[in-house]
Unconditional design. Sequence first.
Lengths: 368, 358
Amino acid sequence: MKKRKFALAVPLALAAALILALGVSTGSARTQKQSAAFKAAWIYVGPHNDNGWSQAHDKGRLYVQSKLGSSVETTYKENVPEGSQVSQVIESLIRDGNKIIFATSFGYQSAMVAAAKKHPDVKFEMATGTAQSANMAEYFGAGEDAIYLSGMAAGAATKRGVIGYVVPFATPEVVRHANAFALGAQATHPGARIKLIWTNSWFDPGKETKAAQSLHAGGADVLGQNVDSPATGQYAEKKGIPWVGYDSDAQKFAPKQWLTAAVYNWGPYYLRKVKAAMNGTWKTNFYYGTLKEGFVTLAPYGPKVKAKTKAAIAKKRAALIKGKFYEFAGPLYDQKGKLRVPKGKRLSVKQLYAMNWLVKGVIGSAKG
Amino acid sequence: MRIERRLRQPWWLTVVVPVVSILLAFVLSAIVLLLTGHPPLKSFHRLFDAAFIANGALTETVVSATPLVFTGLAAAVAFRMNLFNIGGEGQLYGGAITGATVGLLLAGTPSPLVIAGMILAGAAGGAFLAAIPAVLRAFFSTNEIITSLMLNYVVGLVLEYLIFDSHSYLRDTTGFEAKVFPQGKTLPDEATWSSWTIHGLVLPLGFVLAVVLAVLVWILYSRTRFGFEVQVIGDSPRAGRYAGMRTRRKILAVMCLSGAIAGLGGASQTGDFQHQLDPRALRQANFGYTGIVVAALARYNPFAVVLVALLLGGLTNAGFTLQGADFPSGLVGVMQGLILFCALGGELFVRYRVRFAW
C-alpha cells in the first residue's frame, strides 16, 4: 500500500528529467535561430474562425501578412479566457519575440496595462478599451453607425414590430450598440420594440441558441445579435425568420434568412500600425474608425431585403457619412420616456463609452 | 481475455507502467502530429519548454497550478470518505467573495492582519457553502453530489449579481473604466498576498499555503484517529457504525474541511493574483471542476495532488504557447488529452492485470 502513494511521483520525476535533458539539448539551437522577420501577434477571445468578432480580426491579421509578405511573421492565440491566464499568454508572446501585440477583447485590458509597464520596448494595442499609455494604443470604431443601418433592415423585415436581440455583457459598448440597433429598426418600423437577452459571454453558441429560442417564443419575428457566433442565425434559418448578424459576413449560415450585418474592417488599421512599429514611427493613439473611412460597413444583403429598404439604407448611409445625420443626436428618450439627449445635442465618443441607459422601445435591463 | 485485480503489486510496476504510458502518449501524439504535418520532436520540446524550462515559465506554471492544488485537495479530502463534494467550484467562488470583502473591509490595517483575515474569511466562506449539502446529507440522506453541484450555479449567479447586476459593496462604481465595464473594487495594497522569489522562481503565498495544507491533510489522514475513522467509514459505513464511529459528525467535518480548502483557493485567487473580485475570470477558469480531475489523477494522495496540479498547470500554459497561426488549438487539446488519458489509463495496469484465457 505504501508504495502506491509514490506511484505518480516516480514517473513524474523521471519525466521531468527527460524533459530537462530534451530542453538542454535543443536549448542552444533555439537561441541561435534569430528570425529576421518582424513579429506581430493577436489575442482572440474565441476561435479564430468563429464567423464573427474574432474572425474579423483574423481577416485583418491575414491582410497584414499578405501586404507585408515575408518581412513580417504574424501569429495568434485563440480561445484565451479573460482573466489571469492572459498575462501568461502575453509573456509567452513576448518571449517568442513579438514586438507588437493586439488584444481584441475588453477583458484583457488590465493584463495589457501591466505588461505595457513591464515591457516598454514592446508596442501594445488594445481593442475596445480605454487605458492609453506611451506604449499602449486604443482602437475601435463607430460600429453603432453600421449597426443602426443593419437595424433599419431588421425594422423593415418585422411584421409584428417585435425584434429579438441577443446580447453578451451589459457594458456601455453593447448598450450603445443595442440602442443604435433599436433606433435603426424604429426608423423603418415606427414604434418597433427590441427585446434583449443577455448571455454573459462573448462567445457561447449554446447560450446564444437558447436566447434566440426564447426571444422567438416571446414573439420576436426578426432576430439580431451583438454576440460573436452565428448560432442565432442557424436557429433563425431553421425557424424561417429573418436574421441580422454582427462582426462578419455569416450569410452561409442562414442563406435564406440573412438580411445583413454591421461588419468591421480591421485590416487597414492593423497594416498601418504594424508598418509604423517596423520603421519606428509607432505612436500611441485613441483610434475611432468611421463609416467614411470604411472601418465599419454593412455586409452584402440577403435575398429578403427589398429594393425599397436598400434605397432607404443607402440614403441614411450617405447622410451619416456626410455628417448630416447622427443616430445619437437629440431628442432621445430612455425606456421610461425621460428625455436623455435634448434636441440639438449629440453624444460625444466619451459619452458613448459610458452609456448605461437604453432608448425607448427597448425591453430589457441595461444592468444585464 | 479477462481483466482481474492483482493480489500483489510488484514494485517495478509503479515505475514501468507510468513511464510506458507517458512514452505511449508521446508516440500517439507523434503520429497525430506527423499526419497533420508538424514536427513532433520540436512540438514536444516547445510544449515542455513553455511549461517548465523557459525563463519565467515555471513561475507561470505555479500561478496556474495554485488554484488546482486547493481544489484538488478539497476534492481528495472528501472523496477519500466516498463523500462526493462536486461543489468545489462554488465553494471557491464563496471564498473569493468573503476573502475580497474582508480585504476591502480591513483596508488601512497592517498587511499581515489583512492577509490573515482574508485567509480565515475565505476558508469560512467555503466551509459555510459546503455545510449546506453536508447537513442535508448527514440528517436527511440527500445525495450530496446533486446538492453540491447545484449550489455551484447558485453561487455563480450570486457572484455575477454582485458585480454585474447590482451596486454592491464589492463593485467599483467610480471612475471612467468602471463605467465602461462593470468590475470589482481593487483591493488595497495591504491585501496583496506576499510572495517569495527563489532563483527567479516566484512562489506566491497561496501556493506555499496549499503545499502546507497538503502536508497537513496527509498527516490528518495517515497519522490520526480522525483520518483512520474517515477511511473506515469511506470503505464501509456499516463497519464504521458497528465500531461506534460517529458518521454524521464525520460527514459534517469532512465536507466543511473540503469546502474550507476550496474557499481558501478562492481567497488566494483574489489575494494572490486578481486583486479584485472578477466573476468572469473565476467562472471561465473552472478551477473547481478541474480540481476533481486533479484529485482523481492523484488517486486522492495529497502529495500527488501537488504534482498533478503542477503538471496540469504547465500543460495549460504550454497549450497557449504552442498554439498559433501554424498550430491549431485543437491539436494542442489532442496532445494534452492524450498525455492525460495515457497517464490515467496506465494506472489500470498497476492495479489490474490482463489474462489471456481461452
